[in-house]
Design a protein around this ligand. Sequence first.
Ligand code: ATP
Ligand code: MG
Ligand code: MG
Ligand code: MG
Length: 562
Amino acid sequence: MRYSNCFVPTLRDVPADAEVISHQLLLRAGYIRRVTSGVYDYLPLALRVLRRIEAIIREEMEKAGAQELLMPMVQPAELWEKSDRMAKYGPELLRFKDRHDHESCLGPTHEEVICDLMSRELRSYKQLPINLYQIQNKFRDEIRPRFGLMRGREFVMKDAYSFHADDESLMAEYRNMFDTYTRIFDRLGLRFRPVEADTGSIGGNDSHEFHVLADSGEDVIAHCDGCDYAANVEKAVSVRSVPAGTPAALAELHTPGVTSAEDVAAFVGIEPALLIKTLVYRVCGGEQDGAIVAACVRGDDQLQEVKLIHALAADAVELASDAEIEAIGGVTGFVGPVGLQQAELWMDIGLQGAIGMVAGANRRDLHVTGLDVARDVAQARFIDLRETRAGDRCSHCDGSIALSRGIEVGQVFALGRRYTEPMEVQFQNQQGKREIATMGCYGIGVSRLMAAVVEQCHDEGGIAWPDVLAPFTVILVSMGQSDGVMEASGDIYQQLKRAGVDVLWDERKERPGVKFKDAELIGIPLQVVMGDRGLAEGVAEFGRRGGDRREIAVADVVAETL
Ligand code: ATP
Ligand code: MG
Ligand code: MG
Ligand code: MG
């Protein structure tokens, strides 16, 4: 491709509303443009990357025995009534009526549609097991679309659904998909970690998430240095939601001085009626077992204030005073009267924040950011990690727990009969009896992956795509516009194309500085530079993005890039 024909609208400045680096770079390097909140255009460079991610996913899915199909984005509401998710899924499900007053929704996921299909087509155990997948746009009306492709409302997902005669077969496929995901993320060149996960609104039994490790991640994962235990904190720590007015639940925590909703309200300094929820986080800090209690306060129908109200029990720790909490709030920005958005954000990441703040208050260690403190506290470990583990093994590991941030790029679920039962996915078993099939589902955030890769692969110059994902393998830069240079570059360009190398030829009438800046920004891994000086000697410069270039014979260019 010639650069001057390529639609790459790069930007000089960092767009103001882009907080994370992947969002900034994908905008600046001309990959994506925002259409509306959480909805993006994928420009030609982005589409090339997306297609490469998809190709790797397809290859590995097919190798694993799955078959591709394509289901509709628009789904009839009846199917969601049948699975009992119409009401449960909440406002992320975008609902609408067609001209015949028929209620429909935009698919945020496809358990209903695939179960409906299978309920009609599945007859015999001989058809099982089967794993069907698609790569398709999903729509979720996310409350806070943000960070560009990381949390969109419309996004691309690979979703796979497997059906089985029994749970043994399901668990074999679950393992198969787990291994397949590991291969996919390895091939994408990512640093990632599979972790135990909560099943969320999808439901089911076992689940693992795959997290790309990055400080910009919205999730926090807890991992043990003594064994291979790793879990999303949503799963690792039991967060119990105690409705206001359930003193028993609070009393159970042995939290001195706070045993009722009234105590909580008094502590926060509000009318008890305004207290909508008390979140109880249980932690164990060395010898200091206890609880952290955070209250959500509602006024005028809006969540207005989230305050940390009480720290660890036992006598080992003092209560964090308001002043101390505020002081930490000044550092972390988490505590104190906060607006709706901030409060919700806090609720999302609140666990670590809360723990971090309490630890900070208790240790009078006020100059650390939320996550740093949380890491310290993590050394002291979460009680519930032990409880979670107790289910898996008889003995507890004594290693310490550390926290890191992660971007969830995939999740596998052993769903069991959560959908197949209400949706009547049945088959005839070997004895000729009707049985309900058991099911797994497996998602990968394809467009989110593009952002996650950039979070890990970038430098001051721009995006540093891994070779397997770069939109072009080679950028051929013509220095100057002399006939000789243009002719020699044109020759190299044709040779590279003939050899099947994806090459972008920067033949624009721009200064070399501009060309090199753009090449770095858009992130093409290999550079070939043709200028007047080398022309006479029959040499070009060749090198990797971000590294030094060396002279090579023009005749060797193709061989070097293969
Ligand atoms: P999250 O916890 O980030 O909201 P999720 O658990 O709701 O994600 P799943 O239902 O597990 O998402 O969907 C499968 C995959 O789709 C996720 O692992 C993630 O990579 C991707 N995904 C989910 N929501 C979004 C989104 N809003 N934008 C981009 N990708 C998403
Ligand atoms: Mg979600
Ligand atoms: Mg999730
Ligand atoms: Mg998930």
